[in-house]
Design a protein around this ligand. Structure first.
Ligand code: FA5
Length: 365
């Protein structure tokens, strides 16, 4: 009969002597595997007499367990040694630059509105707001549109069901066709002077390359005791030149009609045609014809509008102006089709959008 204690001493030294995981595995197979030394001894139990089988069987089982435990703990020790060795030699490359986290882009409409807030803010205008769902009074009547005035038809309005809780012109609800309604709401809300700009969605039943059913407008209103047409011209000339970043951009005021201003004007800016069919904003070089395009509407606020808002036109006067934000954005950033603004195509936004950390009114970090 093998001396179990001697075998244990021998196997223990083999296991502890295994210097790497592969050697240890070879020892395990040689001891506990199908043809291993302990397995072979187990097989001899069958030929023993009952008394001997009982004592030898118990001793062999205990030996098997002890050896299995010893192999496990040697395996742990070797793995730890391996890891320590790798940690001390390999090290992490912390110089590798971080992967760029994807971030969103600012929509060109938001960018333009912020640029406009910056320019008009520097001229002392504050920002006012009004509702998208308006009533007939604020969108038309108070702005001096007479009942049945052709301009009402011209605007192709989206009307909503009448509001039972209101009367007359206030009951007739619609999606505002322009931001001029905010002039009225602002004048109703307090005493003059008024010096505000307003931005927002406006709606008309239109759809082609330069018209969409929903678009954005910007409105301005300046009323005080001595505001005149010269202020209007100076303010808007400064604005378009600052917005397009062209100090000598030609600006022209052309008589026009809007029921809520008198006199009314359309403001044109100068450009020239490029050989490739594109346009170049600015003064035409000698020998080339100066072209003009309309960018906004303006005028001295009609006395009837002031009266409709409880403001005395003999004491106060001033000017108003309005413009399409998409139009000015397309011109400045060379965006050809208005409809693409609202298609929610992230590739379009990736191309035409602006970096969030590079906005006109945010301090860069
Ligand atoms: C007005 O809406 C006036 N309320 C502007 C105004 C304000 C004049 C204050 C005088 C004093 P108009 O209808 O021209 O004006 O529209 C202004 C601009 O809105 C247009 O020049 C155009 O750029 C834009 N616009 C009009 N309809 C659409 C549309 N369907 N899609 C996109 N932009 C449009």
């Amino acid at each position: 009969m093998t001396d179990i204690n001697a075998l244990k001493t021998e196997l223990t030294s083999e296991i502890e002597g295994a210097g790497d995981l592969q050697t240890l595995d070879e020892v395990r197979v040689a001891v506990l595997g199908k043809k291993g030394r302990i397995t072979a001894l187990m097989k001899t139990l069958g030929s023993m007499d009952p008394e001997e089988r009982k004592t030898t069987g118990a001793a062999l089982n205990a030996l098997k367990d002890e050896i299995a435990d010893l192999i496990k703990s040697q395996e742990r020790a070797l793995k730890k040694q391996d890891m320590d060795q790798r940690l001390s030699t390999e090290g992490e490359d912390i110089t590798l630059s971080a992967r760029q986290a994807p971030h969103g882009k600012i929509h060109p409409i938001s960018q333009t509105m912020e640029e406009m807030v910056g320019i008009f803010g520097s001229m002392g205008f504050t920002v006012a707001e009004g509702p998208d769902i308006e009533d007939d009074f604020h969108n038309f009547t108070a702005l001096n549109f007479s009942p049945g005035h052709p301009a009402r038809e011209m605007q192709d309005t989206f009307f909503l069901p009448e509001d039972d809780g209101e009367e007359g012109e206030y009951a007739k609800k619609l999606l505002r066709t322009h931001t001029s309604s905010v002039q009225i709401r602002h004048m109703e809300s307090g005493e003059p002077p008024y010096k505000i700009v307003c931005f927002g969605r406006t709606y008309r039943s239109d759809y082609d390359m330069t018209h969409t059913p929903m678009f954005h407008q910007m409105e301005g209103l300046f009323i005080d005791k001595d505001v005149n047409m010269g202020h209007l011209k100076g303010c808007l000339t400064d604005f378009v030149r600052a917005y397009f970043k062209l100090d000598d951009l030609p600006v022209r005021f052309r008589p026009s009609f809007f029921p809520f201003v008198e006199p009314g004007a359309e403001v044109d800016i100068g450009y020239t045609k490029k050989p490739d069919g594109g346009i170049k904003l600015g003064k035409a070089p000698d020998g080339q014809e100066q072209q003009w395009m309309e960018v906004l509407g303006a005028g001295m606020v009609h006395p009837n509008v002031l009266k409709n808002c409880g403001v005395d036109p003999d004491e106060y006067q001033g000017f108003a102006f309005g413009m399409g934000i998409e139009r000015l954005t397309m011109l400045k950033y060379g965006i050809p089709d208005l409809r693409t603004f609202f298609e929610c195509d992230t590739r379009w936004l990736e191309h035409y959008g602006f970096d969030p950390l590079d906005r006109p009114n945010t301090t860069t970090r």
